[in-house]
Design a protein around this ligand. Structure first.
Ligand SMILES: C[S@@+](CC[C@H](N)C(=O)[O-])C[C@H]1O[C@@H](n2cnc3c(N)ncnc32)[C@H](O)[C@@H]1O
Length: 394
């Protein structure tokens, strides 16, 4: 895996996967937010890099901007939406390395259709430090902002700052986290102070107590503790929904993309996009299968396959719904069931439809639409409109 020095030589597979998720989510986030009446929407990339690898492969900032300037087929928008995007998008790029910023500026300005952007991108060369996000809010104003926070390591990671940052409407953050750097630093007395600053309190002790590189279950437990701590810190004030996606490299390193938002719609949208970027692949055409919410380099698939789904199956989801049915009694619309039960769970809407179908087949529930029984044939075909009502048979 490339180190910092050669990070931009050529892209590692997991780095491409990261850029793909960010650009894909950005395109959909932006298209949604420009439906509001007026004002800028901002993409803020605080660790932007030069935009391109030495081998010419474009990286996240360019991929993001291309979804607006030269959208690939999957990101083409209606003319009206594209017009609004060009009128309202403000990109703000920062990197402590002035050379990176200079290179990015050159690449961005050379993009086809660059002149169509009403607000030309802003470029900064500030050093991002813990506690500094409030200043960035002043730079971008109160506009809805998608913050991409992608440092090399973890020292700059400011979870509480991110939670504060996403306060204004439509603001969200995608954080890229080097789990192995955190794990190594936690066991190094010279570095563990930084880890404490990032994760707070007794995180380091808990982490070390559960962590053992040779033991898979303990290593998974350490990961769980860290992710839970990250979630807790991101949801103290504004953050409500946190979604992790794991990237495993051939060399056995682990990274996470963590998305945080206070809107269910954003959470749900990111869940759908992460599901589609999962490797092993998941397709909405097979609702019976559960996405892994991981990107695993192909040569590693055999190694960690057993831990992919952590007991997540349609049957487990159906049982979980049944256990919780008392809260949704005597009946609940599918939309409400999905919005109340799914947050934080690594299942997509298609999985919920499959789980409801299973409950109906088992006689645990029935589905109604407009007061009559809903067509079983349609249910079998995976069709379950939001307005359908689930009635528990108890
Ligand atoms: C992982 S790379 C970013 C890659 C980029 N986001 C992409 O997808 O192409 C990290 C970048 O952060 C920059 N950097 C490192 N420390 C920084 C700091 N404290 N403040 C701002 N930028 C920093 C580095 O120069 C480097 O370009």
């Amino acid at each position: 895996m490339p180190g910092r020095k050669d990070f931009f030589n050529h892209p590692a597979a997991h780095t491409l996967a990261k850029s793909g998720i960010v650009a894909d989510y950005f395109a959909r986030w932006a298209a949604k937010l420009v439906q509001s009446p007026a004002g800028k929407i901002v993409y803020l990339d605080l660790f932007c890099g030069p935009g391109e690898f030495d081998d010419g492969t474009p990286s996240t900032p360019l991929l993001v901007l291309r979804t607006v300037l030269n959208p690939p087929p999957e990101h083409r928008q209606r003319l009206e939406v594209r017009k609004r995007l060009l009128e309202r998008l403000q990109c703000v790029y920062n990197d402590v390395d002035p050379q990176h910023v200079e290179q990015l500026k050159e690449k961005v300005e050379a993009l086809a259709n660059y002149t169509l952007l009403a607000h030309k991108p802003l470029f900064y060369t500030r050093k991002v430090e813990q506690g500094g996000l409030a200043k960035w809010r002043m730079v971008v104003g109160e506009h809805p902002t998608l913050l991409f926070f992608d440092p090399y390591g973890y020292k700059e990671v400011d979870l509480q700052g991110i939670d504060e940052f996403i306060g204004p409407y439509g603001s969200e953050c995608i954080l890229f986290l080097n789990y192995h750097a955190l794990r190594r630093a936690a066991s190094n007395p010279l570095m563990s102070g930084h880890v404490k600053e990032v994760l707070g309190g007794d995180a380091v002790e808990k982490f070390l107590a559960s962590d053992d590189e040779d033991s898979t279950p303990d290593a998974n437990e350490a990961k769980r503790i860290i992710l839970q701590r990250i979630k807790d810190r991101l949801t103290q004030r504004h953050g409500r929904y946190v979604l992790p996606f794991e990237l495993a490299t051939e060399q056995g390193s682990t990274f996470h993309i963590v998305h945080v938002t206070k809107r269910f719609e954003g959470h749900d949208l990111m869940r759908d996009r992460m599901a589609r970027h999962s490797v092993p692949e998941w397709s909405p055409k097979s609702p019976e299968s559960v996405p892994s919410f991981q990107y695993v380099e192909k040569s590693q698939l055999w190694l960690i396959a057993p831990s992919f789904f952590q007991g997540r199956t349609i049957d487990a989801l159906a049982r979980s719904l049944l256990e919780a049915s008392g809260e949704y009694s005597p009946s609940i619309s599918f939309k409400e069931l999905y919005e109340r039960h799914s947050p934080g769970r690594l299942y997509v809407k298609q999985n919920y439809k499959a789980a409801v179908r299973l409950l109906v087949e088992r006689g645990e529930a029935r589905v109604e639409k407009d007061g009559s029984e809903y067509s079983r044939k349609k249910l079998q075909a995976g069709k379950l409109p939001d307005a359908c009502v689930i009635v528990w048979n108890r």
